[in-house]
Design a binder for this molecule. Sequence first.
Ligand code: BT5
Length: 267
Amino acid sequence: MGLRRSSEIASRLRVLDEAVSTNDVLTALAAEDVEPDLSTVVTLNQTGGRGRLGRVWVAPKDKALAVSVLLRPVLPAGEPLGVEHFGWLPLIAGVAMSTAIDAIVGGGRTKLKWPNDVQIDGFKVCGVLAELLPSADAVVIGAGVNLSLAADELPVPTATSLMLAGVHATGEELVDVILSDYLTTLEELVTAFLRVGADAGASGILDLVSEWCSTLGQEVRVHLPGGDDLVGVATGIDATGRLVVQRTADGAVQAVAAGDVTHLRYE
Ligand code: BT5
């Protein structure tokens, strides 16, 4: 693939004919060399994509984009971003991808389901997987985007593709438009976030994530990593990017950093 526009934005852009997982490729590269911020790996043929918590990300050859971007966030004074702020980076990536997809699909149909799903009309078109490097000063942000899967190729009934959402463009041109938009917005938002010392409120990131996030105001069931379920209304996002839920059972307010969210109106 040519990907001319994208290669102007990514510090290094590697386009692979095939990869087991672009996140794994970029993590390995970052471990053995000084990979720069915004180093990017893409393929249209990812054979062993990973989701969160050991789940799989499945996409047929040539019908989905897999992209991983290395972020080495550094504060204005030069010190690396503290890991306690890293929770914002996948949310920022989700906003960047939502922006890129919305620009193509239009109609305000694209939303971000907290924490990591980009949805069109409530169906998942993209998932984001952020992984901290062992050095804890950088993160690999992977995103899978369903481009031209037909209905009978969707891995799960909750999925959709750009083609099924009515996008007729295909091929390299479409990939270059999405990727360059995504990288541009990602870079802009991360820069804005870091410039004010990783303050999500002051940088406008909290407002932006809240605007894109379809989870807010909804009745939700959050399946927590420990196995418990939390049912309530998602009322906001706190200063560290956690979802704030007011429990139905007793009205208590609880913030969750990770978990699988079901919007109950879709159950
Ligand atoms: C995610 O996990 O949604 C993160 C997916 C990240 C994939 C990218 S591709 C580039 C990079 N390299 C990798 O190896 N991974 C990243 P999670 O929230 O755990 O959702 C996984 C669930 O989404 C699965 O259990 C399925 O239910 C569903 N799923 C799998 N493939 C899908 C697809 N193509 N479209 C929509 N849903 C899918």
